[in-house]
Design a protein around this ligand. Structure first.
Ligand code: FEO
Ligand code: CA
Ligand code: CA
Length: 616
């Protein structure tokens, strides 16, 4: 590509910063490399983010600023029912795990009780359990591929989600163990396939004669809470569960495009034909969707919303457009994959919950094409339009959705640096896209929104819908932050960024009700700094001034950040603490620090005993 990195960044950073922000500070912050060369200016002091910034040192502990408390609320293996089996990692079984909190918590959603209220001290917590680490889960640290049948059965039900009821009392959060809402959703839970791909002959499998009824969800990474009180959970690295030679399958191209491998990454395919691609290749097409779950109805059947596409879904976050239509933003979390948007046909009805429950079954899915002129175009993935025709293997909208990646390839979507969380800021209506990294991008593969080759540190992109209308087909975009080492000239840090507050590999995000952006990392340890949580203003003189709020125990990443409605409680997931080490000799024994226990993934809730909002 002829345009240099500096030119591309300059084009995208210059327009709004220089013309609109208008301050010397903002102008300095807008220059690529300014973090290295510009004089350090003091922050404005006007930001509401006044917590003491944390150091970046990697330790075995979780650290939060002075004045804050971090309570470990739920850990892998905690019994979720009053009579549930106590955690004993030496005697773990599928029967026990089915009744316990699962492994590697990721997305967290807090849904107030009663339904429809904005209660911040009583609600349902819905938590994803994305994957497992056999090395810290099992005595002897067996490889993931070598689990025996009983271990595999346990491993399977350690995935999925947990739904629990929690209450804040006397300065502590507690799980209510005799709650009727408590639920484990696993890879074995009955589900329904919904939307245009339901009933497709390609989805008829050994476990689903009608291609409507199916079993389970797994690889659940991030997600979102809808305004009508459901949770959307993204099925991400589902390829890891499958293995086997599928070269004779009529679905070979689809499986290949999704990244299905012959060699196993886990033990499931060895014990169950459901995950053996040489026996049941079409089973894999049941996975890679967004699943909608109603946690207020413990008997409800989760629904796979096929209209939201099939890819490695990081998650889905919805926003109600001014006209009432529902807009969902989604990332396909793999190198060179795409960003997506869904717009519903129907309109959200605040006073009619039942009418909202199937809003995600009619509407239009779009993929994103970024242009150097600062626009991003949303291209409809509509069967019969453009290249999405029989000549290219598409015979129905079901085919377009089952092969979303292939359809987006043909439409010319922009290959991204691993899109993770994508969320709308409720305060300004702009959309923020976390792009975590892509070390495989070469100098020849640069594009305006992914402007760095061998990108190990990621970036944050801001999308601005015209007049706040998220249904429009063309938005403006800006590079909000190019992350990396504080002194890396390819970054664009605000000059007032503290020495310890640089960030690498932005992954999950959340907004408080004031519109501050809270970002977690997954990959900062590769740069020698602790993973953690950062917060920043998105406008004004402190725009994109990153402040480190939390540092995580070694080997972990932080996921699922979520605020209660009053901003006084901040939930986050500590996922895979001690990863890369072993059950017997872990790099940390967080959070128990008991010599008989391995490190445990856990949900943490952070607040101030004085009751002030988080961030102050
Ligand atoms: Fe599970 Fe996209 O990280
Ligand atoms: Ca993630
Ligand atoms: Ca991640």
């Amino acid at each position: 590509m002829a345009v240099s990195f500096a030119e591309m960044v300059q084009r995208r950073l210059s327009r709004r910063e220089f013309l609109k922000a208008g301050t010397a500070l903002a102008a300095a912050a807008a220059l690529p490399g300014c973090g290295k060369t510009a004089p350090t200016l003091a922050a404005s002091g006007k930001s509401a983010l006044t917590f003491t910034e944390q150091s970046a040192e990697m330790t075995t502990q979780l650290e939060v600023p002075p004045g804050y408390q971090a309570q470990v609320l739920l850990k892998w293996g905690d019994p979720l029912w009053a009579d549930g089996p106590a955690f004993d990692p030496q005697q773990q079984s599928a029967e026990k795990q089915q009744l316990q909190f699962g492994f590697n918590n990721d997305f967290i959603g807090f849904l107030p009780l009663p339904l429809g209220s904005s209660n911040s001290e009583h609600g349902l917590l819905v938590v994803n359990h994305e994957y497992t680490n056999s090395a810290t889960m099992w005595p002897g640290s067996p490889p993931d591929t070598k689990l025996d049948k009983a271990q595999t059965d346990t491993d399977i039900v350690a995935h999925g989600l947990s739904v629990v009821e929690i209450r804040y009392q006397n300065g502590q959060w507690q799980q209510i163990k005799n709650s009727a809402y408590t639920r484990r959703i696993t890879p074995l839970t009955p589900m329904q396939i919904s939307g245009p791909a339901a009933g497709s002959s390609r989805l008829k499998t050994a476990i689903s004669a009608d291609a409507v009824h199916t079993l389970g969800t797994y690889g659940n990474c991030a997600g979102g809470v809808t305004p009508w009180g459901t949770v959307l959970t993204g099925e991400e690295n589902i390829d890891a569960m499958f293995a086997g030679d599928y070269s004779q399958s009529s679905e070979y191209d689809s499986l290949k495009r999704f990244g299905m491998e012959v060699q196993p990454q886990k033990s499931w395919a060895r014990h169950y034909p459901r995950w053996d691609l040489s026996q049941q290749p079409n089973e894999s097409l049941h996975m890679g969707w967004i699943v909608e779950i109603d946690p207020y109805d413990p008997n409800s059947t989760p629904k796979k919303r096929t209209l939201l596409g099939r890819f490695k879904h990081e998650g889905a976050n919805v926003f109600i457009n001014a006209d009432g239509r529902v807009v969902a933003y989604m990332g396909d979390d793999q190198k060179f994959e795409y960003l997506y948007k869904f717009v519903s046909s129907g309109r959200y009805q605040p006073d009619n919950r039942a009418a909202n429950l199937d809003l995600l079954d009619s509407g239009t899915l779009y993929c994103a094409r970024f242009d150097a002129d600062g626009t991003v175009d949303w291209l409809p993935l509509q069967f019969g339009e453009g290249p999405l025709q029989a000549a290219n293997g598409f015979h129905s909208q079901a085919d377009v959705l089952i092969d979303t990646r292939k359809a987006a390839d043909l439409l010319g979507a922009t290959p991204m640096d691993r899109p993770e969380d994508v969320e709308v800021n409720p305060a300004n209506g702009a959309v923020y896209v976390m792009l975590t990294k892509n070390a495989d991008r070469t100098d020849k593969q640069l594009n305006p929104v992914n402007p760095r080759a061998r990108n190990k540190a990621g970036q944050i992109v801001e999308l601005v819908p015209p007049k706040g209308d998220h249904t429009q087909n063309s938005f403006a975009w800006e590079l909000f932050l190019l992350a990396g080492r504080r002194d890396d000239p390819s970054t664009n840090y605000h000059p007032a960024t503290a020495v310890s507050s640089w960030i690498a590999c932005p992954d999950n995000c959340a907004f408080d009700s004031q519109g501050h952006l809270w970002v977690t990392s997954d990959g900062a340890e590769d740069f020698g700094i602790a993973e953690g949580v950062w917060a920043t203003e998105v406008s004004g003189p402190d725009r994109a001034l990153m402040r480190r709020f939390l540092r995580a125990p070694v080997g972990s990443e932080v996921c699922g950040p979520f605020f209660t409605p009053n901003d006084q409680h901040f939930f986050c997931s500590i996922q895979h603490p001690g990863s890369g080490s072993s059950f017997e000799q872990p790099a940390t024994r967080w959070p128990d620090f008991d010599a008989t226990l391995p490190p445990r993934p856990a949900v943490v809730v952070i607040n101030r005993p004085d009751g002030k909002v988080v961030g102050s």
